[in-house]
Write a protein that binds this ligand. Structure first.
Ligand SMILES: Cc1ncc(COP(=O)(O)O)c(C=O)c1O
Length: 393
């Protein structure tokens, strides 16, 4: 594989991995005459449910839609939802869209997941659910979460946008809570440009979701079309739904990506291990650790260092992209009224830096990135200095 730095001149943080299989699958669906919600989505849902180890899966157009529908179908109402600040805002926007109340819980400084020991004291009589986001693909510690949920009668939603294929004590993430929400956004482990999926073991939830995702309509158009293609126009409307369903083009790409997911995640793990091998001895840098209960999907590789912004700049000038995931959501003006002091999140986010990680990244690319980081650690780098040179310390 040609190193990215040579072929593109720049190494992106994330990049999807496609080949002719996706092209052929899309071609097949395009020429089939049915590209909307249809049989390809149906098959993808069944394959995905099998892979995750749940009874049902419902194809959607994004994880944002999945999170919104999850809260609706679990009847959260205007109650409180305990959630993480260390996530993409889609997780918490879903709570606001439902007019429910996000109750931010502090995070664990190592995994950057919810600190499960801090959840119980946030539970009140109006708490309805715990929203889990498996950060970077590393499982949140789910046993204590399930225990609290059972004790207080709460629902558990897993935001698995980062964790497709990730595991907790040998169980696939998205099969542990009441509902799992997946993203097939352009750079996710299973990338289909966009798209999402809900997983659940509840038949009732599944049947309601099938209607909610398409306007609340009780039958799918392609099913109404029937074998003889006579068009049965009748359908029922029981509940106000949304235009959130998946289409068969997305499903065709998704099925190809699902068949390669284990292979891609294996390569992601190799890259993670190579990074850690090269970086863990640098005293300035904290490398991510995997907990014994977790089998990470290795969506992202996030290091921690106090000179985060300087390293970000240093790498950028050398054609290597890096990023910050995330600015704690409770610090955004939009979430001001839900602010509570979260010592760890407010401290740790200043140090996190996401390095490039995607299946097609070569070992040579990783070694070139880590070599630059090693050089950086030898110097006190002055960003924007007139001669733009590192200053030795
Ligand atoms: C943690 C998390 N949740 C939800 C989403 C939303 O996913 P989608 O883009 O499929 O709506 C993302 C997307 O980046 C995410 O990172």
């Amino acid at each position: 594989m040609e190193p990215y730095i040579q072929s593109l001149g720049v190494i992106p943080i994330f990049r999807p991995s496609f080949d002719s299989a996706e092209v052929k699958a899309v071609e097949r669906v395009l020429f089939s005459g049915w590209v909307g919600l249809g049989p390809e989505t149906d098959t993808f849902e069944k394959e995905f449910a099998d892979y995750i180890g749940v009874k049902y899966a419902v194809g959607l157009n994004s994880c944002t839609a999945a999170l919104h529908l999850a809260l609706q179908v679990l009847d959260i109402g205007r109650g409180e939802v305990i959630t993480t600040p260390m996530t993409f805002v889609a997780t918490n926007h879903a709570i606001l869209h439902m007019n429910a109340v996000p109750v931010f819980c502090d995070i664990d400084e190592y995994t950057l997941n919810l600190d499960v020991e801090k959840i119980e004291k946030l539970i009140t009589p109006v708490t309805r659910a715990i929203m889990i986001m498996h950060y970077g693909g590393h499982a949140c510690d789910m046993e204590p979460v399930l225990h609290l949920a059972a004790k207080h009668g709460l629902k558990v939603i897993e935001d698995c946008a980062h964790s497709c294929g990730g595991e907790y004590n040998g169980r696939k993430l998205g099969s542990i809570g009441d509902i799992g929400c997946f993203s097939f956004h352009a750079v996710k482990n299973l990338a289909a440009g966009d798209g999402g999926m809900i997983t659940t073991n509840s038949k009732e939830v599944f049947e309601r979701l099938k209607q909610l995702r398409w306007m609340g309509i009780s039958k799918d158009t392609w099913k109404r079309e029937g074998k003889q293609k006579e068009y049965d126009w009748r359908y029922d409307l029981n509940e106000l739904g949304y235009k959130y369903h998946m289409n068969d083009i997305t499903a065709a790409i998704g099925r190809c990506q699902l068949s390669k997911l284990n292979m891609h995640n294996k390569r992601r793990r190799e890259i993670r291990d190579l990074y850690t091998q090269e970086l863990h001895t640098l005293s300035e840098i904290k490398t991510p650790q995997e907990m014994p209960y977790a089998g990470s999907s290795c969506y992202s590789y996030v290091i921690q260092l106090s000179r985060r912004d300087k390293l970000n700049e240093y790498l950028r000038e050398r054609g290597i992209s890096s990023g910050v995931h995330y600015y704690p959501n409770h610090l955004y003006p939009l979430y001001e009224q839900y602010y509570r002091k979260l010592d760890v999140a407010e401290d740790v986010w200043k140090n996190v830096l996401t390095l490039p990680l995607f299946p097609d990244l070569s070992d040579e690319d990783v070694l070139s990135i880590t070599q630059h980081i090693k050089e950086f650690c030898k110097y006190e780098y002055v960003c924007g200095a007139p001669d733009d040179l590192p200053v030795s310390v």
